[in-house]
Structure formats: C-alpha cells, structure tokens
Design a protein around this ligand. Structure first.
Ligand code: AMP
Ligand code: MG
Length: 425
C-alpha cells in the first residue's frame, strides 16, 4: 500500500482488497521489532561533567545526592515578627497584644540573638529563626511597628516557619540517574550547591539526504526538481531531542556520490541518518550503496514509513529513513528519537501519550500501525490534519500530535478514543 492513498480512495476499496494489498509480497516487520533493532544499534554515549549552564535538556548520568539540607536552617516564610506563639495566643483585632521589638533580622543575618520571652524580633522572608521563637506573625496582621509592635492575631507554634530539611534531607537522592535536566531540575541542583553535573555527551548525528531531484534553497527550480527539505527537518528534530546534528550536502541518486559524501564524516558520528532511496523503485541509491555493507532493508507494518533500513556501515550505526517528508519525520519520531534519547541516557524516551476522542473518523490499512497527523485541543478532543498522504508537509507542520491507529483497526468511528502522541512543536 503506497503511503499516499487518500481516505476517500481508501474508503472506496473493499476491506478484503485492502488487506491483500497491505501484505502483498514480503511479510512486514512489526513497528516494535524495528524500533528494537534501531535502539540496539546505539550504545550509551560517554559520561562527562558539564557546568550547569551547559546541561539543559541532557540526562543526568548518576544519582545526585545532596550534601546539604533544604532549607539549610529553620527560617521565616513571611516578612513579619518572630515571636513565641504563647505570647500572642490571645491577640485579636479588638484586643491586640503589644510586644517590644528587640532585633531586626534581614535575610542573610546569621548572628541574631535568641528571643527573650515577651518580646519580638522583626524578621524578613528567608531569615533564620532566632532561638526561642516558634512562630512568625506576618506583617499584615500587625501595625508594622519598629520599636514596639501591636499584634492583631494569634499564631500557633510553627506558623510561617520553614523547617530545615523539610524539602531535602542531608544525604538524600534528589535526582535519579536518567533524569532529563530541565529548569526545575537545574534549579534544584544549583540549590544544593552543584556547579557541574555528570551527563551523557549528546549523541552526534550526521544527516544525509538523497535524490537527483533535489535542489538547495536559493536556486531556481528546474523541471522535475524540488527543494531539499529533509536535511533541515531531520537535523532540527535531532537537535530538539537534545543531540548534535550536522548536515552533509545532499547527493544525487548515485552510489559513488553517496559513498563519497559519507566517507569524510563517518568517524565523528554516533549515527548516520539518511533519507530517501530505500523503497521499491529503480534508483534506490541508499539501498544500492549499503545493502552489501551490513545495513538491512525491511518493510515495516507502518503507515506512513513502510520502507526502512538499519545497520552498521564501517562500524557506524546507520538508520535509513524513507524520503517522503512525512514518512521521514514520523519514522524519526517512532524509531530514531527514542533510540537517541536512550543512548543519551534519558530514562524517559517516549513522547507523552494521552487518550483523546477523535472528532472525525479515520480509515486505516489493515495490518499496519498508522500514524495520522492531528491537532489535540484544549477540550481533550483531537482532529485530523490533512489526509494520510506522506507528502503532506504543510499538514504535518500544522499538527501538534500523531494519532495512532493500531494494526488491527481499519475504521475509527467519529468520537472513538485514540492514543495520541503529543509533539512539542
Ligand atoms: P524516495 O524515498 O527517495 O523514493 O523519495 C520519496 C519522495 O520523497 C519523492 O517524492 C522525493 O522527491 C521526496 N523526497 C526524498 N528526499 C527528499 C528530501 N530530502 N527533501 C524533500 N523531498 C524529498
Ligand atoms: Mg529518492
């Protein structure tokens, strides 16, 4: 079944015929089997220490435990007055309690004297609680006095006090190995005094597009030519996964040109990602160039993205994606992104998956896992964007999710529940 059959045409084809077409010829490899093959190609990248500022999006390579408590000391959660709760127990708006103010304790003052019963210390948020005080009355519940303060409300012991270690205990593991380092995780690492962290080096990916019809942006299109787009798209997808991408100049459908383009880059790459030249046509350059070099070409029970290849070329892992832009990016999402994230040490390698009601129905070829482009809405429903055609790049660009239709499902009724892969673009 070609990738680009529109729903309208699919609907007109009897199921029996669809089924036959889908499995014609070679038996199809399951999506999960090919995903396992691709994941198995990539070894974890080496671990190195990096300053926090260079860790965003990378995976922590070892459990991180804290040498300090958070908070490190008992401190005030409010601007107000440190008191003994017992001294203000009877305070109310109509019968305020007046206490002499003995000290000012701004944040950062570490030498405040203990509180004498029957007095108050003015205290700011984050300042250490003085010995002898067990509560803070917030300034809004007082007259704000500086030499004496009138307190208009009582406070129970512990009120507005943040206790040492209530967030993080000394010696506890605060971030597990494999955690992806986003803003909150880097903030926590900084808060426990880490200047750098052990992370996996981001995998380096070389992207190479193939096709004699391809032209670079900036040149005029001749007859039969199109602008090359997979290189920019796949390199961006690699970078969005937190990996390093470089783009080799695309090559025509010529085996010698393909080898020549690849050779200078093989050494530094953890993965070579090609697009195009792997299906059943006559000028399948990637297949022709790599077939006898340890790369296995298969048909996967997937739509779009049936023709795939994976293996090692000169000891460098290679994944060969189909050329249709939607097939290429969906294949990247399904096979390559999880494998790259695993190699980069991330514990979570999959896109968030949610269940949503598909507002419009869908038809899907029997025996193939279909990934349709969709838009997930705030009300929890999802609508399809464009048809199933694997050339529909504008629909892909308008989508914010992939809608999965399982292998055994050929008809999705409007309103039926589907699994949606949430994309973050
Ligand atoms: P192929 O997999 O080489 O048979 O290509 C399938 C379709 O994708 C053809 O219509 C190609 O023109 C198109 N295609 C292949 N590679 C690219 C590319 N790098 N940029 C844009 N379109 C491409
Ligand atoms: Mg081609």
């Amino acid at each position: 079944m070609p990738d680009s059959v529109p729903d309208a045409v699919l609907s007109a084809v009897p199921d029996a015929v669809l089924d036959t077409v889908a499995v014609t010829g070679t038996a199809l490899l399951s999506v999960d089997d090919h995903a396992a093959t691709v994941a198995g190609l990539l070894a974890p990248t080496p671990v190195e220490r990096r300053p926090l500022g260079e860790c965003l999006g990378l995976a922590l390579a070892a459990d991180l435990s804290s040498a300090v408590a958070l908070p490190p000391f008992d401190n005030s959660a409010m601007d107000g007055y440190a008191v003994r709760a017992a001294d203000v127990a009877s305070a109310s708006a109509s019968a305020p309690v007046e206490l002499p103010v003995v000290e000012d304790i701004p944040a950062g003052r570490g030498d405040a004297p203990p509180l004498v019963p029957g007095t108050a210390h003015r205290i700011m948020t984050g300042a250490p609680m003085p010995d002898g005080a067990d509560a803070v009355v917030q300034v809004e519940l007082t007259d704000g006095g500086t030499s004496a303060v009138r307190v208009f409300a009582g406070a129970s012991p512990g009120r507005n006090v943040r206790y040492a270690g209530e967030d993080v205990a000394v010696g506890s593991v605060v971030l597990g190995e494999g955690t992806t380092l986003h803003a909150a995780q880097l903030g926590l690492a900084a808060a426990i005094g880490q200047a750098d962290l052990p992370v996996h080096r981001p995998p380096r990916v070389l992207v190479l597009s193939t096709g004699s019809e391809l032209v670079a942006a900036g040149s005029a299109l001749g007859p039969g030519q199109i602008y090359e787009s997979n290189g920019a798209m796949l390199a961006a997808a690699v970078r969005e996964a937190g990996c390093a991408a470089s783009i080799a100049h695309f090559v025509a459908d010529d085996v010698d040109a393909f080898h020549a383009a690849l050779a200078p880059h093989l050494d530094g790459a953890d993965l070579v990602l090609t697009s195009g030249g792997v299906s059943a046509g006559a000028y399948e350059v990637v297949k022709d160039a790599l077939r006898s070099h340890g790369v296995r070409f298969v048909k996967v029970a997937m739509n779009p993205g049936m023709p795939q290849g994976a293996g090692q070329y000169a000891a460098t892992p290679v994944v060969t994606l189909p050329g249709n832009p939607v097939s290429a990016l969906v294949s990247f999402e399904v096979f390559v992104r999880p494998a790259l994230l695993a190699a980069a040490g991330h514990a979570a390698v999959h896109r968030p998956r949610v269940l949503a009601r598909l507002a419009d129905g869908a038809r899907s070829p029997s025996g193939k896992r279909q990934f349709r482009r969709g838009r997930l809405h705030d009300d929890g429903t999802v609508t399809l964007v464009g048809g199933p055609g694997s050339h529909l790049l504008a629909s892909l660009a308008a989508a914010n999710c992939l809608v999965e239709v399982p292998e055994e499902v050929t008809d999705v009724e409007p309103g039926a529940q589907v699994t949606v892969y949430v994309l973050t673009w």
